[in-house]
Design a protein around this ligand. Structure first.
Ligand code: HEC
Ligand code: HEC
Length: 355
């Protein structure tokens, strides 16, 4: 990593021990301090036995089992996530832009489409493992899943609504009010509705074949997929895409070693400024949260602007702009094969990317 890219990580320097182990790739692997943090983290997850299996040394960590969640809250959250009454005109729900059964994004759309068929500004990220992001949104402007909902709720191009309006609409539905009462013992409120949706989102992470591989089932991925993983590590993709979410734990500039925006051609828009929109700092211009690559095979087109159509093209762009190299067709092919092993297992068949 260059000094420049390191400047852009400071916000990730608090957080959980999970993030600490995931930053291994940036540091000397195996230093005593990091091993100690890794140990306590793995033990805290209740899977001490896994240590013996050797994934402790890998820069990518297997998904831990999902936390134990209240099923009434999860089910309530699922209903709310699919409820178009969150939008001012009853046209759009969270699920309109995050299709869980198809990978948690809005497959195929360059930017997402909100109320009154308006184009949004950014490409919709997968929410399947958003629970593991250290911040939410491409520019990290939201600190939590709960908080994130209020942003999208009032965005005029997304749900274009307000909490009082949503609560008023939902309160007319006796069945839903009962479900909220059953889960929370109180009437619908901004707090319990946001929490239920966030709890639903926390129920979604699902292990991939690559998690089985990390947990020592060496035959869970093919020889070519393994070669792709080795390349992903040796070229340095893991300096940024690492940890449990294969990303989602630091900010980095798009174009550390090349001018992405000049080559793209289209004029730079507000959303292209990334983290700069949050901090106003010159050094944050074009800086984005490194996205998770879990389920990435299902979320084309790619990047915050949705301007890259295929996974192979996204890999090519990463070589060019983040690593300052040109990827051979073989490198692209093998790394793409590896990235396709990060798909949740129940979605692999429908994605047509089983081995
Ligand atoms: C109109 C389409 C649309 C709707 C409706 C929508 N989203 Fe999103 N969502 C997006 C887009 C686009 C982004 C990325 C925006 C950005 O980063 O600036 C996003 C980002 C997110 C993120 C952050 C993920 C990450 O990796 O940073 C979460 C979580 C999320 N949405 C959940 C929800 C929930 C919950 C709802 C319903 C309350 C919802 N979304 C409604 C399009 C939508
Ligand atoms: C210096 C940090 C850095 C390195 C190194 C890096 N990436 Fe990225 N990657 C990013 C950032 C930041 C983005 C988001 C850019 C955007 O959307 O504007 C990204 C986006 C992606 C995406 C698109 C994800 C999506 O949902 O749109 C893929 C695929 C990807 N990277 C793969 C790779 C591969 C493969 C490598 C190694 C060849 C790599 N990256 C190296 C920082 C990095």
């Amino acid at each position: 990593m260059s000094g420049k890219t390191r400047e852009n990580v400071p916000i990730s320097r608090r957080r959980t021990s999970r993030n600490n182990i995931s930053r291994w790739a940036c540091h000397v692997i195996g230093s005593v301090r990091h091993v100690a943090i890794g140990l306590s983290s793995v033990l805290a997850l209740g899977s001490g036995a896994a240590l013996a299996q050797g994934f402790g040394k890998e820069p990518i960590k297997p998904l831990p089992p999902n936390p134990a969640l209240d099923t009434a809250k999860v089910e309530l959250g699922r209903r709310l996530f699919n409820d178009p009454r969150f939008s001012d005109d009853g046209s759009t729900s969270c699920a309109s832009c995050h299709v869980v059964a198809q990978g948690g994004a809005d497959r195929g759309k360059r930017v997402s489409v909100g109320v009154r068929r308006q184009d949004g500004e950014a490409n919709s990220p997968s929410i399947l493992t958003a629970a593991y992001n250290f911040r939410q949104f491409w520019d990290g402007r939201s600190p939590s899943l709960e908080d994130q909902i209020s942003h999208v709720l009032v965005d005029p191009r997304e749900l274009a609504s307000t909490w009082p309006a949503v609560i008023q609409r939902l309160s007319k539905d006796a069945d839903l009010v009962n479900a909220v009462r059953a889960a929370y013992g109180e009437a619908p409120s901004q707090q319990n509705l946001s929490e239920a949706i966030a709890i639903y989102e926390r129920s979604l992470p699902e292990a991939s074949r690559f998690d089985r591989f990390l947990r020592d089932e060496k035959e869970a991925i093919t020889a070519e997929e393994r070669q792709g993983y080795e390349k992903f590590k040796s070229y340095g993709c893991v300096a940024c895409h690492q940890g449990v979410n294969v990303g989602g734990n630091m900010f980095q500039r798009l174009g550390t070693l090349g001018d992405y925006f000049a080559d793209r051609g289209a004029p730079v828009t507000r959303v292209d400024l990334g983290r700069f929109n949050v901090t106003g700092k010159e050094s944050d211009r074009y800086v984005f949260k490194v996205p998770s690559l879990r389920n990435v095979a299902l979320t084309a087109p790619y990047f915050h602007d949705g301007s890259v159509a295929t996974l192979e093209a996204a890999i090519d762009a990463m070589f060019r702009y983040q690593l300052g190299r040109v990827a051979s067709a073989e490198d692209q092919r093998l790394i793409a094969r590896f990235l396709r092993t990060l798909t949740a297992q129940s979605l692999e068949k429908s994605a047509g990317n089983a081995p």
